[in-house]
Ligand binder design. Structure first.
Ligand SMILES: *[C@@H]1O[C@H](CO)[C@@H](O)[C@H](O)[C@H]1NC(C)=O
Ligand SMILES: *[C@@H]1O[C@H](CO)[C@@H](O)[C@H](O)[C@H]1NC(C)=O
Ligand SMILES: *[C@@H]1O[C@H](CO)[C@@H](O)[C@H](O)[C@H]1NC(C)=O
Ligand SMILES: *[C@@H]1O[C@H](CO)[C@@H](O)[C@H](O)[C@H]1NC(C)=O
Ligand SMILES: *[C@@H]1O[C@H](CO)[C@@H](O)[C@H](O)[C@H]1NC(C)=O
Length: 338
């Protein structure tokens, strides 16, 4: 009897590694089975197709990383209806189908860091009860409010390292549960008044590495639970005196690497008021502080609150010429003209 007809059978079984006894696992992947979940990790750079064959039907966590995967569809995910975490970082995806999450009703975490995503269709993240969505380091220049459902329960959204030129305010209308928003390393120039108002649960906001040159005085008026505010590496020249009003839970405020020359006493007072958290840390360094008479407020604040300032010695004068590079804290009464 010839053996040619056995070949298809062999192809089916040979695609699985059977290191876990009778448990199947796709080639080029490793599978971890436990009584509560099944985790599959595929990180072979020659993988260029979704590893459908032998994927355990009860997979709860699937991670495909650093591969050549360029397409993923709803049909692929249909094989794993119990999936709650899907990590697809550093692959070759440039878009996603709008029904991708149709067959994964338990998915709470989707991480697409480091692909080439630029355009995404409406409803793309609408079909699953997502709580964490990471789109870091892609090529996204515009965010569509239709990506997410109206009753979204998202608590973590990471859009850092993209090409955004505007804050996605229309999407924010749907994110009343959002706690953590990362918009760092985009091309944002403005934060319009009211832009953050729908995000009343927000606790961490990262705007590092943008081109913000001014902030509206009421920018944070409706986000009273903010604990972490990252504004470093922007072009901020001044801060509205009442900017931090009501932020009684603030613990980390990063303002380093901006263009601040002066800071108002009202704002400094808020940073050491009895309402403010005792654990507050502020970073003021690497700004071109103007050490004229008006720097006195900052100088006094630093004398009393040195422990709250990161790298306090590095808060230096940029002008006048005679005080250039001097640490603000080290200035004497006479240098301050007192
Ligand atoms: C998943 O399926 C495998 C094989 O059928 C089984 O051994 C494992 O216990 C299952 N895991 C869960 C969490 O049900
Ligand atoms: C990646 O996949 C594409 C086809 O999708 C193929 O042309 C290319 O050679 C693959 N690259 C590597 C490194 O395997
Ligand atoms: C990514 O996929 C495209 C086709 O979609 C292919 O031309 C390209 O070679 C792939 N990139 C890598 C690094 O393999
Ligand atoms: C958000 O959570 C609520 C309450 O648990 C639930 O009714 C609603 O369906 C969830 N929204 C989505 C999009 O899953
Ligand atoms: C702010 O945080 C407190 C305590 O964690 C919580 O009870 C409250 O609901 C939060 N406020 C909003 C608007 O989410």
């Amino acid at each position: 009897m010839s053996t040619w007809f056995l070949l298809p059978l062999c192809v089916l079984t040979c695609c699985c590694s059977r290191s876990n006894g009778a448990l199947s696992c796709p080639d080029m992947c490793t599978c971890h089975f436990s009584s509560s979940d099944t985790k599959v990790v595929c990180s072979d750079d020659s993988l260029s197709q979704f590893p459908s064959d032998c994927l355990p039907g009860n997979t709860t966590s699937l991670s495909i990383q650093s591969t050549n995967l360029s397409t993923i569809t709803a049909n692929h995910l249909q094989a794993t209806p119990l999936l709650n975490e899907l990590q697809l970082y550093y692959n070759n995806l440039s878009t996603l189908p709008s029904d991708l999450l149709r067959a994964v009703p338990h998915l709470h975490t989707l991480d697409l860091t480091g692909n080439h995503l630029h355009f995404l269709p409406p409803y793309v993240f609408s079909h699953a009860p997502l709580r964490n969505l990471v789109l870091k380091n892609n090529l996204i220049s515009g965010v569509d409010a239709d990506w997410l459902p109206d009753n979204s329960n998202l608590t973590w959204l990471d859009l850092s390292g993209n090409h955004l030129t505007a804050v996605p305010t229309a999407l924010f209308q749907k994110l009343r549960h959002l706690k953590n928003l990362d918009l760092s390393h985009n091309r944002l120039e403005k934060l319009l008044a009211g832009a953050l108002n729908p995000l009343s649960s927000l606790e961490r906001l990262n705007l590092e590495g943008n081109q913000l040159s001014a902030l509206d005085p009421s920018a944070f008026r409706n986000t009273p639970n903010l604990t972490h505010l990252f504004l470093q590496e922007n072009q901020l020249e001044r801060l509205p005196p009442t900017l931090l009003q009501g932020l009684h839970r603030l613990e980390f405020l990063f303002l380093n690497l901006n263009r601040l020359g002066h800071i108002s006493n009202t704002l400094l007072e808020q940073l050491s008021s009895p309402w403010t958290s005792n654990h507050l840390w502020v970073a003021f360094s690497q700004n071109p502080w103007v050490c004229d008479k008006k720097v006195e407020d900052l100088w006094k604040w630093l004398q009393k609150n040195q422990k709250k300032a990161f790298l306090a010695d590095d808060i230096r004068c940029a002008s006048p010429e005679s005080l250039k590079e001097r640490s603000v804290m080290s200035l004497t009464d006479s240098e301050l003209g007192l």
